[in-house]
Design a protein around this ligand. Structure first.
Ligand SMILES: [Zn+2]
Length: 380
């Protein structure tokens, strides 16, 4: 399901979004939100930069002081009240791991919603992330994928001024295993939220308090992500667990951690020469599993095991320093940010981690932290 982040940006198809901010206080007004009347700012066209240098244009956006979260819900009557769960969880995350850009959440039942609602969803979405003639094309392209859409989240340089998009479909809550509860679906919401957090930081320069867009990347349409796919997905799966654990949800995060390990182990048993390094630019299945998820997740578990302080670096600090490193060393910013954060070179880490993934299951389970540790670990 949530495996589409990279694919999405690669195909450049479904993405969409844009901006708008709305007051987040009222689930009662969700019908109003349905009409896409989130009040607040929205840029109709890309604003002008306030500064530039030889590589970047820099922007200050009107929403920077208080980036809102706007939840757009479609055909709310068939969602069984789950829109309240989504709202509550987004309210929580806005307080506890606030993003630096507005988030536009789009939520619908992709199987049972009316055609009108689906069309409205695509129309709103495309208007947010595209401009001019491209809006109509976006709506047309999007129309065919209903029923097979993956959840998604992120922001790209072409619509950064409008904030990030986050698409969640009701099957996250309803297509669950018999032993799972609806709350399990919030994990996908948190996973996608973390993608919005990662990608917004690709563009932020803390010292300037400005967003910077690399001019060449903008012109050439360099695709996201700017970091390896195992980092994108592994970190989102990793972060989703403490983000779940700290909310009052019916969810066993320790059990989930072990299931991610087992996914990774299925890949390793299908190919014992597998290396994390092979999942920098592409995510693909080995032994039926996408190793960038399970293997990526375990890579972060391993980093946390190496040093308690790495938890905060995994969730936050790596992203805080990334854009500056990338500006200094284009294409390799992630390596420099990794080495500075974790005190080990990427190559050495790959060697150590690949060897770890060949160990027996018990030794691997032994580095997964306890339920309490996941709940209490702090990124502040
Ligand atoms: Zn993802």
């Amino acid at each position: 399901m949530m495996k589409n982040f990279f694919k999405k940006y690669k195909s450049n198809l479904l993405i969409l979004f844009a901006l708008v901010s709305c007051s987040k206080d009222k689930i009662e007004n969700i019908e109003e939100v349905y009409n896409f009347t989130c009040s607040g700012l929205s840029y109709l066209t890309r604003p002008n930069p306030v500064d530039s240098d030889n590589t970047h244009d820099y922007y200050e956006y009107a929403w920077q002081a208080d980036p809102k979260i706007c939840i757009n819900v479609y055909d709310v009557s068939i969602l069984g009240g789950r829109e309240k769960k989504v709202q509550a969880s987004m309210d929580w995350v806005k307080l506890n791991l606030p993003n630096i850009v507005p988030i536009n959440v789009f939520y619908i039942d992709q199987f049972n919603a009316s055609q009108d609602a689906k069309t409205q969803f695509d129309t709103d979405f495309c208007n947010l992330i595209r401009e001019g003639n491209e809006v109509e094309d976006c709506i047309k392209e999007s129309a065919e994928s209903w029923g097979e859409r993956s959840y998604g989240g992120g922001v790209y340089n072409t619509y950064l001024h409008n904030g990030a998009d986050l698409m969640i479909y009701d099957d996250a809550f309803t297509s669950i295993g018999s032993s799972e509860t609806e709350d399990t679906g919030i994990r996908y919401l948190m996973h996608e939220y973390f993608h919005t957090f990662q990608t917004s930081h690709f563009f932020f320069f803390e010292e300037r308090n400005q967003f910077g867009i690399n001019k060449e990347n903008f012109q050439t349409g360099k695709p996201l992500p700017f970091i390896p796919i195992w980092m994108v997905e592994g970190a989102a799966d990793f972060a989703s667990l403490p983000l779940m654990a700290k909310q009052d949800l019916d969810f066993d995060h320790y059990k989930y951690a072990v299931s991610f390990l087992d996914e990774a182990r299925r890949s390793v048993s299908a190919s014992n020469s597998i290396s994390l390094k092979d999942f920098e630019s592409e995510n693909y299945r080995v032994g039926d599993e996408f190793y960038a998820y399970g293997g990526g997740f375990m890579a972060y578990v391993y980093l946390w095991h190496m040093n308690e302080n790495n938890f905060k670096k995994i969730i936050k600090d790596f992203y805080t320093i990334f854009s500056e490193k990338e500006k200094l060393n284009p294409g390799n910013g992630w390596k420099d940010a990794f080495e500075e954060s974790f005190n080990i070179s990427v190559e050495d880490f790959y060697k150590e981690f690949d060897a770890f993934m060949l160990q027996d299951r018990d030794s691997q389970i032994s580095i997964i932290k306890s339920t309490d540790a996941w709940e209490n670990a702090s990124w502040n």
